[in-house]
Design a protein around this ligand. Structure first.
Ligand code: SF4
Ligand code: SF4
Length: 180
């Protein structure tokens, strides 16, 4: 049978020298490497007191956007859930009732919209699939928690506030993503 590569490794049964059998030089060498690292520049930071500057195209925690008048943009079409490779999105659709025009932009809306942040891989495909510019990823990160339930983000946490000054700005990331 022919080998799969032309490389061959010669196995040598070399006997250890006196110093190698002592092991002490190897241990001292290892400790010396550890000691040297005390004087290197640290690669870690004191998060959350200190935060790194993220890339402008960083994809983090989602937001469900409202239109200029404050109505929810999402029409519960489900395209984001279909596009999601991690099956992280759960949607329940509902019919808008008379008098709710200010709350929901179209006749159908998402009564339930949940994203499981433990499943999400922050690929951004939900954002690309959305025909209503309703779901976006932002530069925010998902807060840590010891409870699994805290990573199921529903509408109460995903929909941006009505107040214009509290809206979530996604324009910078969107601009750089288009340019990339
Ligand atoms: S970012 Fe990707 S994995 Fe996360 S919810 Fe959207 S489509 Fe699914
Ligand atoms: S976020 Fe967009 S794609 Fe997802 S259900 Fe709502 S309108 Fe459809």
């Amino acid at each position: 049978m022919h080998p799969l590569s032309s490389r061959s490794r010669v196995v040598v049964n070399k006997t250890m020298t006196f110093w190698e059998r002592l092991y002490l030089p190897a241990i001292v060498g290892g400790l010396w490497i550890t000691f040297r690292h005390f004087f290197y520049k640290k690669v870690t930071i004191r998060y959350p007191e200190i935060k790194r500057i993220f890339s402008p195209v960083y994809r983090g925690l989602h937001v469900l956007k409202r239109d200029d008048l404050g109505a929810e943009r999402c029409t519960a079409c489900g395209l984001c859930a279909v596009a999601c490779p991690a099956e992280a999105i759960t949607i329940d659709a509902a019919e808008r009732k008379p008098g709710e025009e200010g709350l929901y932009r179209e006749e159908k809306y998402a009564a339930k919209y949940e994203i499981n942040m433990l499943r999400c891989i922050f690929c951004g495909l939900c954002e690309e699939a959305c025909p209503k510019q309703a779901v976006y990823l932002t530069d925010r990160i998902v807060p840590s928690s010891f409870e699994r339930q805290d990573f199921i983000w529903g509408k109460e946490k995903l929909v941006e506030p009505v107040e214009p000054e509290k809206r979530v700005d996604v324009s910078i990331r969107h601009y750089f993503q288009k340019e990339a």
